[in-house]
Design a binder for this molecule. Structure first.
Ligand code: AMP
Length: 382
């Protein structure tokens, strides 16, 4: 099928989570159908989609059948194997291309790419052995963060190294995976930018936002980020440069640190919709999910403008799920629930967004009040 995809075309999405769910809702509004490939029965994405294939991501017969049933393929789940994605790409257009995922799946390839594209990162070194780790610590100093190169998310597969005594136990715990040591960034803020890029190279980048984490999981996003204009602009420029250099067709989310001197360092990139872009559903005429679908379907990309400032708060685990009655009862909060039956600890169950007129985003100490009954744990986030 040629691009742009006509109405009623079918978009294949690998992964059945909330990112797929919100992408499928945006696709439906544009007149497309979504077909989800997931291991999970009753997944958040399949609940709102036209069709689902329930299978392992590495089963060639299922991948072939899935590809045969769709017109273009994208993903919200990044841990599909390179071979699986290559197989899909041999059958139907995969957007972003498998090469982009290959880079973002491996922290060493990713950092090499980022530095090669001119983006600053924390200092880093690959670690294959305990001797390598000692060597790397001698060069980078302590504190430092030891991470698995692959399959890490939300702080999983990471160990903080504070003293030399931490090295053997951290190395043993994260073994036998390949590892990377990163110098610890004493950041003043964590920020991110979501960029959409079309096949023609045109880009639309959402405003720079600030992210606050709780137990390594995103808790709150502030849009726009309360940072100096120069920092926000630097983040935008880095994000566009990387998206272009990776030749992304679709979305790229770029997570960055602002260090204590105001320098912007890239932490990692994700070639998919991103949790720090959920505010765009309510605060922008076209959300990150709409831009994702537009980019992969070959539709024109509108500018990624916002009509409002926004605070987004995640509802995580059983505690987050318990906030649902308050989320739907509090005027001004826009609730989103992901349809997950079981609220396991650390699981993202939903989010709420609160909008403000542009320029009226409360300062750090107003966030708790802005979230009403959901802001009670925001006391230390100023
Ligand atoms: P990641 O899985 O790389 O996104 O890391 C999860 C979180 O750990 C980040 O959002 C930071 O809060 C923290 N973190 C990761 N790497 C570093 C680093 N090099 N220096 C300081 N904090 C870090």
């Amino acid at each position: 099928m040629n691009f742009p995809l006509p109405p009623n075309a079918t978009i294949g999405l690998v992964g059945g989570g909330q990112l797929g769910r919100m992408s499928a809702l945006a696709a439906a509004r544009l007149g497309y159908r979504c077909h989800i490939l997931t291991r999970e029965v009753d997944s958040p994405a399949a609940q709102v989609s036209h069709c689902v294939t329930i299978s392992d991501y590495s089963d060639p017969a299922s991948l072939r059948a899935f590809a045969a049933a769709v017109d273009v393929i994208s993903f919200e789940f990044e841990n599909i194997s390179a071979e699986g994605l290559e197989l899909l790409a041999s059958l139907k257009p995969v957007r972003p291309a498998p090469d982009v995922l290959r880079v973002s799946q491996d922290r060493v390839l990713e950092k090499t790419f980022l530095n090669g594209a001119g983006a600053a990162t924390a200092p880093w070194a690959p670690v294959g052995s305990l001797a390598d780790l000692h060597d790397a610590v001698r060069r980078l100093g302590l504190p430092a963060v030891l991470k698995t190169t692959r399959l890490g998310y939300d702080g999983k597969g990471q160990a903080m190294l504070r003293t030399m005594d931490d090295l053997p136990s951290a190395f043993d715990r994260l073994q036998p995976k390949p590892l990377i040591l990163e110098g610890f960034v004493n950041f003043s803020q964590e920020i991110s930018v979501v960029v959409a890029r079309g096949a023609d190279g045109g880009m639309s980048a959402f405003d720079t936002v600030a992210n606050r984490h709780h137990d390594h999981i995103l808790d709150v996003t502030l849009a726009p980020a309360p940072v100096p204009e120069a920092v926000s602009e630097a983040a935008q420029s880095i994000a566009r440069t990387i998206t272009q250099a990776l030749n992304v067709v679709g979305l790229l989310a770029i997570e960055m640190f602002v260090d204590e001197t105001g320098r912007v360092l890239v932490n990692e990139v994700a070639p998919r919709p991103h949790n720090s872009g959920h505010w765009t559903i309510d605060a922008c005429p076209a959300s990150q999910f709409e831009l994702h679908i537009r980019a992969i379907a070959g539709l024109p990309l509108p500018p990624a403008v916002r009509h409002s400032d926004a605070v987004m708060k995640n509802l995580v685990g059983p505690e987050g799920a318990a906030l649902w009655p308050a989320a739907v009862a509090t005027p001004g909060l826009i609730p989103h629930l992901y349809g997950k039956a079981e609220a396991r600890p650390g699981r993202k169950m939903g989010h709420v967004t609160r909008l403000f007129p542009k320029g009226a985003l409360p300062g750090p100490f107003g966030i708790a009040a802005a979230l009403g009954p959901l802001g009670q744990d925001q006391g230390d986030s100023g």
